[in-house]
Design a binder for this molecule. Structure first.
Ligand code: ZN
Length: 281
């Protein structure tokens, strides 16, 4: 999915390009993404903000919320550009003076994303409230410790819970856990104080680095830049210790990890997941 670092790059660009433009009625290619009448998704763009893992377009008295989920992406193209096979919606833009006529496109090749229209302050059903901003001063070690203490789920699941932490999805959760040297299946409530400190440091470091790296390399709007990640999608040896990376399932999500750097064995007391043959795909 587009994760926080991706959206932190995309949203300021959309804001700069779209504020004061008027979205016309969209062409609909994949109606399954719609959670509103297409004809109502129009109006002058007053603001564009990231809210958790969604992009919120302020349209006067209403807000259009796009939740890109697994594969949604935006594109700004000249009018007349050939439609891609994954095109879901395309809004004609009434340009500001001097701008070329363009379209805002929302593409989604798995059609899991959703587009809502709602009043400001009203959360559409199915969208979580947004948890603590992990790149703000409010995100301290005690705050993370309190979140972990209250949760019995595996730590990877807690990291991906947007209602707890305004932070990350699957790919960055793997990266953070690798940096912190924590196995993805350890229950969050069983983490030691030392592990919580390591986790806090890794969250801040990994997300800050990703944000800065994507900004520095400035990819096209619809490209997801991930080649700097150490574990996600990789089969090769661990960059830290040389051991072969592995995958396993964590509550319906796949997780990439290093069995050596992230082996917690007896340290947290309950189960050495690496010794359970059924736990490794
Ligand atoms: Zn390793």
């Amino acid at each position: 999915m587009p994760e926080r670092p991706d959206l932190e790059y995309v949203v300021p660009i959309l804001r700069g390009e779209l504020v004061r433009c008027v979205l016309g009625a969209p062409r609909v290619r994949k109606p399954v993404v719609l959670r509103a009448m297409a004809g109502e998704l129009t109006g002058e763009v007053r603001s564009v903000e990231r809210r958790g893992h969604t992009v919120v377009f302020g349209l006067g008295t209403m807000e259009m919320i796009v939740s890109p989920m697994l594969a949604g992406r935006f594109q700004l193209v000249p009018v007349g550009t050939k439609d891609s096979a994954d095109l879901a919606l395309a809004w004609p833009l009434t340009p500001r003076s001097g701008d070329q006529p363009r379209e805002l496109r929302y593409r989604d090749d798995v059609q899991m994303g959703k587009v809502y229209l709602t009043k400001p302050g009203v959360l559409p059903p199915g969208l979580p409230t947004v948890g603590v901003d992990v790149l703000s001063l409010a995100f301290t070690v005690p705050v993370l410790a309190a979140v972990c203490k209250s949760r019995r789920e595996q730590v990877k699941i807690v990291l991906m819970d947007k209602s707890a932490l305004d932070a990350m999805g699957n790919a960055y959760a793997d990266e953070v856990l690798w940096h912190a040297g924590i196995h993805p299946k350890i229950p969050a409530s069983k983490l030691t104080a030392e592990q919580v400190r390591a986790l806090h440091g890794a969250i801040v470091e990994v997300l800050t680095h990703a944000r800065d790296e994507i900004a520095r390399r400035a990819p096209p709007l619809d490209e997801k830049l991930r080649d700097f990640l150490h574990v996600r999608g990789r089969e090769g040896p661990c960059d830290r210790c040389g051991t072969g990376l592995r995958t396993l399932g964590v509550r319906g999500h796949d997780a990439y990890y290093c069995p050596k750097c992230q082996s917690e064995g007896g340290k947290v007391g309950i189960v050495d997941w690496n010794r359970l043959p059924g736990s490794i795909k």
